[in-house]
Structures are given as structure tokens and as C-alpha cells.
Design a protein around this ligand. Structure first.
Ligand code: SF4
Ligand code: SF4
Length: 79
């Protein structure tokens, strides 16, 4: 699941639903509840939903192959 919504933070404003370019979310039938992640496999990882969320309730989990591997600069010069 690429999108994690923190239920404790979400206020159900639906900004993520309105702004996702591919309509990945569906609004919950219950007022004030977090939206439904309807098509997780379609996510582009553009980050718009997380940027628009006023409560910082959305966390994107990028696939392993897209995560950079950080190496300390000093270790590159070790012999
Ligand atoms: S990261 Fe982009 S494509 Fe994926 S759910 Fe958020 S807004 Fe939609
Ligand atoms: S934008 Fe954030 S607070 Fe609003 S519905 Fe989406 S996850 Fe919840």
C-alpha cells in the first residue's frame, strides 16, 4: 500500500481526494472519516496528496526499488 493515512490526524477534509491527479481516492460515506484508497496500484508517487493535506496525515511509502541508498561521503574515499 503506497498511501498511509493516519486516522488520528485526518479530519476528512477530502483535499487529497480533490487534488489527486488520477482520482485514486474515494470519499468515505461517513462524514469526517478518512478517504478510501481505492486504487493503490495506480499511484504515481507524485506527493500532491501529502502536500495538500492540512494535517500532515498522509505518508507515502515508495517501492524499495525507488528508494535511494545513501552512502556517507567519507566512506567513498576509504581504501
Ligand atoms: S501520490 Fe499522487 S498519485 Fe499517489 S495518491 Fe497521492 S496525489 Fe494521487
Ligand atoms: S487531506 Fe489529509 S486530512 Fe484531508 S481527508 Fe485527506 S488525509 Fe484526511
Amino acid at each position: 500500500m503506497p498511501i498511509h493515512i493516519d486516522e488520528a490526524k485526518c479530519i476528512g477534509c477530502m483535499k487529497c481526494v480533490d487534488n489527486c491527479p488520477i482520482d485514486l481516492f474515494m470519499p468515505s460515506a461517513q462524514k469526517g472519516a478518512k478517504p478510501i484508497v481505492a486504487y493503490p496500484e495506480e499511484c504515481w508517487y507524485c506527493g500532491v496528496c501529502a502536500m495538500e493535506c492540512p494535517k500532515d496525515a498522509i505518508r507515502l511509502q515508495h517501492p524499495l526499488m525507488n528508494r535511494p541508498k545513501w552512502v556517507a561521503k567519507t566512506s567513498l574515499h576509504e581504501e
